[in-house]
Design a protein around this ligand. Structure first.
Ligand code: TXA
Ligand code: MG
Length: 343
């Protein structure tokens, strides 16, 4: 067992960012806010520092990290064979919640990408993330700052709950604006492939670079021994401790189904104004059914709340799967291990 270290939580300020940047330059790991979820960062060019990320998270050694850059032009430094479509995407969506997987440049150590010859690169928008990248003057490799498999953290408190005693510093930038992780698109092959949906939608991307395809792992469980384009997709993810069932159907039918099985130790995730339809259980209203931003913003915090309430099982209403909704739709299904019931 590694000894516990004291984890400080400091609001984003010139001083705390300077401290975080110094820690990063010295080869330490630091948690920091982004517009999507909190990241657990280390110097992307330092293999030993990057190894600490895997250790702190308990992350499988075959799940590659995203390299965060300060300016879109740095894509050229860490990726190879960058074509016109990549530049168009960077121009349209960076800084912002889009990750591009491209061929990896020699400058990026293999450990960042788990030996793959591709690398995920993202230029984040959040002011805290940008201040840290600028001050550190380095690319920062960062996965979400949760223990592997747990819901991604969208507040500093979530990070502390998972990583207290394991990392020296958490920069607190408040609740993340978006709330689900970045849209991931592979630009490494002849046809762009959507690997992970997020708030930047397929339609928005296709408006910039034309038709793309969608990885099958976005819509169904892939088995552990199957080779997939994005290794992260095969693991159970975003999962609360309780077994979760997603209920796909109209409100009346869903409520009838859920009320049949629920008891006081059941968590129920529904949309705004629906709580009264459930006769028993711990009910959380995620937000208006037609507001993808609200649903995304609140999802992971809600899943973590169910853990704190110590519920034994969770039922969740399913949202739409078009446009900006497909990120939260995908995370709901993944949190339930694709256990989706149609009523
Ligand atoms: O919004 C985000 O992307 C957040 C913040 C911190 O930037 N980061 C994040 O990282 O969600 P992580 O490690 O939790 O998820 C990265 C995803 C994984 O599914 C991983 O498999 C995929 O991106 N990925 C990273 N590099 C890849 C590569 N070279 N090829 C394919 N997939 C890759
Ligand atoms: Mg993650």
């Amino acid at each position: 067992m590694k000894e516990q270290i004291n984890t400080r939580v400091l609001p984003v300020s010139a001083e705390s960012v300077a401290l975080a940047a110094r820690l990063i330059r010295e080869g330490e790991v630091v948690a920091f806010p982004t517009e999507t979820v909190y990241g657990l960062g280390a110097n992307a060019l330092d293999a030993a520092a990057v190894a600490k990320i895997f250790q702190a998270k308990g992350r499988p050694q075959d799940n590659p990290l995203i390299v965060h850059i300060f300016t879109p032009e740095q894509l050229m430094l860490y990726g190879r064979d960058i074509d016109e479509r990549c530049l168009k995407l960077a121009g349209a969506f960076w800084p912002g919640p889009l990750t591009m997987v491209v061929r990896r440049a020699e400058t990026v150590p293999g450990v960042v990408c788990c030996g793959l010859d591709t690398v995920g690169i993202r230029c984040p928008q959040d002011a805290g993330a940008r201040a840290l990248l600028e001050t550190a003057g380095l690319p920062i490799a960062a996965p979400s700052a949760n223990i592997s498999g747990r819901p991604s953290p969208t507040t500093a408190r979530h990070v502390l709950a998972d990583l207290n005693g394991k990392i020296p510093l958490i920069l607190d930038g408040g609740a993340c604006r978006v709330g689900v992780e970045s849209t991931v698109i592979s630009m490494a092959g002849p046809v762009p492939v959507l690997l992970r949906p997020g708030i930047i939608s397929r339609g928005q991307i296709e408006a910039v670079i034309g038709e793309i395809s969608v990885s099958p792992a976005v819509t169904r469980q892939v088995s552990e021994d199957m080779p997939v384009q994005s290794p992260g997709m095969k693991y159970r993810h975003y999962a609360p401790r309780a077994a979760m069932t997603v209920v796909n159907g109209e409100l009346a039918a869903a409520a009838e189904y859920i009320n049949r099985f629920a008891d006081a130790k059941t968590g129920i995730l529904c949309f705004a104004g629906e709580a009264e339809c459930f006769s028993v259980g711990q009910v959380i209203e995620l937000g208006p059914q037609d507001d993808a931003h609200a649903l995304s913003h609140n999802l992971f915090a809600a899943l973590r709340s169910f853990d704190e309430m110590d519920v034994r099982m969770i039922f969740a209403r399913l949202c739409r799967n078009d446009g900006e909704f497909s990120g939260v739709y995908n995370r709901l299904c993944k949190a339930a291990g694709f256990n989706v019931i149609r009523v």
